[in-house]
Design a protein around this ligand. Structure first.
Ligand SMILES: Cc1cc2nc3c(=O)[nH]c(=O)nc-3n(C[C@H](O)[C@H](O)[C@H](O)COP(=O)(O)O)c2cc1C
Length: 357
């Protein structure tokens, strides 16, 4: 089975081609990772690579309760315990660097409006600090041109902090509607300066953040996540095929660890085919994969690495289960966001399940 074959990612030796996708779990009280998170990630060290949950680069990058940060000494020290545990268990772990942009609320920021490419309000639900989930009642503030160099430097510092915390690399979160994507897409970027209007300008923030990360890390330790979302019904960008092909071509020039495509499961979307054509390096694809469809993706050469999200939530030893063709635990979506051990560190491993039986 290709999924279980080792893979060389630059100088890193992945023991298999299964990647644990980044998963927000809202279990970092006051944005500081807690020891329980070390248990959770250690349990999942059988993945070829773990991409740890989205982690805000600065306080303004937060838009959900109890998500971890990577901008303070206390956060760095707490993450260090987690990376140590994963390494002791033979695993590898990248950190996903996050700025939510407009998918946030002033209640996270002492009354200050969240920031974005422009003042276009998000129409979906946002999660308030009390975990309520409802539409936003305010618009974001478009970033001033003069603020952008500082933002890029915040990404550089977060990349450095991730290195100091013992991570093996980073993934830049440029997907799922968050800040970098707000700059990429015509629906949210109404700027007329160097960061908006033309395709080249909309790509500029991604380019400069990637280059900032590369000033800290070897290129093979930096991945980028994109969600092309090219299926029907996507109105967020006037021409997603063109925008995302250009993003993938731009990223091809940096010899990165990987491009991570979010396959949106929108019928025949097939964002991964488009990205495979446009991107020349290692391709990681996530989105609704099973053992069979993940294996097929690798066999067909669409991806080099297969990402699993919910299956890794419920099956800490997912690779072992695939190997033994064992039954899978079902995930409980009620415990995805927030809480403690339940639905987090208490999913049984195969050994535990067999011992119980
Ligand atoms: C509970 C939960 C939290 C998630 N958090 C993140 C995140 O922090 N960063 C991110 O890029 N995607 C996040 N996603 C998306 C997943 O990485 C993945 O793309 C998605 O779950 C589809 O893959 P799957 O079908 O294998 O679960 C999250 C998804 C879920 C279910």
């Amino acid at each position: 089975m290709k999924l279980l074959e080792p893979f060389h990612l630059g100088d890193l030796n992945l023991k298999n081609r299964m990647v644990m996708a980044p998963l927000t779990r809202n279990r970092a009280p006051n944005t500081i990772p807690q020891d329980l998170m070390a248990t959770y990630y250690r349990q999942r060290a059988g993945a070829g690579l773990i991409i740890a949950e989205a982690t805000q680069i600065i306080p303004m990058g937060q838009g959900y309760p109890h998500t971890p940060g990577i901008h303070s000494e206390a956060q760095i020290a707490a993450w260090q315990k987690i990376t140590d545990e994963v390494h002791k268990a033979g695993g590898l772990i990248f950190l996903q660097l996050w700025h939510v942009g407009r998918i946030s609320h002033s209640s996270y920021h002492g009354g200050k409006a969240p920031v974005s490419a422009s003042d276009v309000r998000y129409e979906g639900n946002i999660m308030y600090p009390d975990f309520s989930y409802k539409p936003s009642d305010e618009s974001p503030r478009g970033l001033e041109l003069e603020e952008i160099p500082g933002l890029i430097d915040d990404y550089r510092k977060a990349a450095q902090n991730a290195q100091n915390a013992g991570f093996d690399g980073i993934e830049i979160h440029a997907a799922n509607g968050y800040l970098i994507e707000q700059f990429l897409r015509t629906g949210t970027n109404k700027r007329s300066d160097n960061y908006g209007d033309s395709l080249e300008n909309r790509l500029r923030l991604l380019k400069e953040i990637t280059e900032a990360a590369l000033s800290v890390w070897d290129s093979k330790r930096v991945g980028v996540r994109l969600s092309p979302n090219i299926g029907e019904g996507s109105k967020a960008d006037a021409n997603p095929q063109e925008t995302y092909s250009a993003a993938a071509e731009l990223l091809s020039s940096y010899n990165l660890a990987f491009l991570h495509t979010v396959e949106a499961n929108l019928g025949n979307s097939k964002a991964s085919d488009l990205m495979r054509k446009a991107y020349t390096g290692t391709h990681l694809v996530t989105g609704g994969l099973t053992k069979e469809s993940g294996e097929k993706l690798l066999e067909d050469g669409i991806a080099d690495l297969a990402g699993y999200g919910k299956l890794f939530i419920a099956n800490p030893d997912l690779a072992e289960r695939f190997k033994q063709n064992a039954d899978l635990n079902a995930w409980d979506s009620k415990s995805f966001f927030g809480g403690a051990e339940e639905g987090y560190t208490d999913y049984p491993s195969l050994k535990e399940a067999q011992a119980l039986a």
